[in-house]
Design a protein around this ligand. Structure first.
Ligand code: ACO
Length: 356
């Protein structure tokens, strides 16, 4: 028995394959490299959802646009207390208000929600009015506009599409497993996504990229990287954006996102700092942990890409959820189709009752 269930196989899935030795991610029969920066978020939703629900192959963009408008009604009830929460907690609270179900409309509502609610929460925190969705826009472009208030450039929309596709699904990661457990009780897709986002927000999973920005800001210039990183490790800290439960080589998503940053034409100085910190961190980790391959994971370049898109670090996990929610939904459907409740067992190691 391993506390982290590392060698437990808990599902058969057609959705994604994470090859930790080869550093390869397959999304329903296609490599990540063939999709990220090539296909839109909506197109990859169709890829994941087909066969699990009656997905409108040519109409998903319009259906998701209509769902953004549908969930917007919740924003009109957004109060100050909710807007004052950390964005990922505000997002979770707003998502919890959506009507639950296991059908395609429920899937569309919950997939539309992070894009609409994140912008509303961020703008309310900044004292600005929330912006209504544009159902005719692509999901990524509309998400960016609802945050910034400006139309996204094609390059920005393409970069966010590449990000959403890159994180859309990733085997039985912690949040997806949590979503499958909730779905297995027949609680519904909204409940599955709420379980997913609750697991996602922790710093060992989807909460890592905000602290990556803190690390880069703390280091400030490439020359400081080594001393800063050594001091962090001496304190017993983990370096955010490095290490992975499954990958023993570089996370392929890191390079997909680095490519997206380059295509976006983001600030060269910031990217150079990121590369210098990455190189120093990998060298130090290799020296300190020679027996444990620790490589760059998806969160390191997530931080740089989302920062370059003008998204504030406190909302990074919300944007992760905006992509991963489509994977949670597909896994929830797949789990429901098995007809089985997920219910493992434990070994009792507590005290025996006192003799009577
Ligand atoms: N920095 C420093 N040391 C590390 C790191 C790190 N980022 N990651 C692992 N280690 C060390 C551990 O301290 C441990 O050392 P020890 O044996 O001396 O105690 C050894 O490497 C093995 O670590 P495990 O805890 O067994 O690795 P696990 O598979 O449980 O961890 C995890 C995976 C949680 C991602 C870990 O690498 C980590 O905490 N990374 C930083 C947080 C992060 O970037 N999370 C995002 C992951 S990607 C995603 O979820 C989308």
């Amino acid at each position: 028995m391993e506390a982290g269930l590392e060698s437990v196989i808990a599902a058969h899935t057609v959705l994604s394959d994470v090859d930790g030795e080869a550093g390869r991610l397959v999304l329903r029969g296609a490599t990540l490299e063939s999709l990220a920066g090539v296909a839109s978020f909506e197109e990859v939703c169709v890829r994941l959802w087909s066969g699990l629900a009656p997905v409108p192959v040519d109409g998903l963009k319009a259906a998701l646009g209509a769902a953004r408008v549908e969930v917007w009604s919740e924003v009109e009830r957004l109060d100050d207390a909710l807007a004052a929460l950390p964005p990922v907690e505000g997002l979770r609270a707003l998502m919890a208000r959506l009507a639950d179900g296991e059908d395609l409309p429920a899937a569309l509502r919950i997939t539309a929600a992070p894009a609409v609610f994140t912008g509303a929460l961020l703008r309310r925190r900044a004292g600005r009015p929330a912006l209504a969705p544009d159902p005719s826009a692509g999901h990524a472009a509309d998400l960016l506009r609802m945050i910034s208030g400006r139309a996204a450039t094609p390059a920005q929309a393409a970069a966010l599409d590449a990000y959403l596709v890159t994180v859309i699904d990733h085997g039985l990661n912690a949040s997806t497993f949590a979503a499958r457990v909730a779905a297995s009780t027949r609680a519904g897709l909204v409940s599955a996504a709420l379980a997913g986002i609750s697991a996602l927000k922790g710093p060992l999973h989807g909460g890592a990229p905000g602290p990556v920005i803190d690390m880069l800001d703390g280091i400030g210039s490439p020359g400081n990287a080594r001393a800063w990183l050594e001091a962090a490790l001496d304190r017993g800290d983990r370096l955010m954006g490095f290490g992975h439960r499954v990958y023993r080589v570089r996370d392929p998503r890191a390079d997909a996102l680095k490519g997206a940053i380059r295509r976006l034409g983001a600030d060269e100085g910031r990217l150079a700092l990121g590369e210098a910190v990455e190189a120093a961190a990998l060298e130090i980790l290799r020296t300190r942990k020679p027996d444990r391959p620790l490589e760059t994971n998806v969160e390191f370049y997530t931080a740089l890409l989302l920062e370059a898109l003008g998204i504030p670090p406190e909302a990074f996990t919300c944007i992760f959820a905006a992509g991963r929610v489509a994977g949670w939904t597909a896994h929830a459907w797949e789990q429901v189709a098995t007809g089985r409740l997920i219910r493992p067992r434990s070994i009792y190691v507590g005290p025996e009752p006192a003799p009577e």
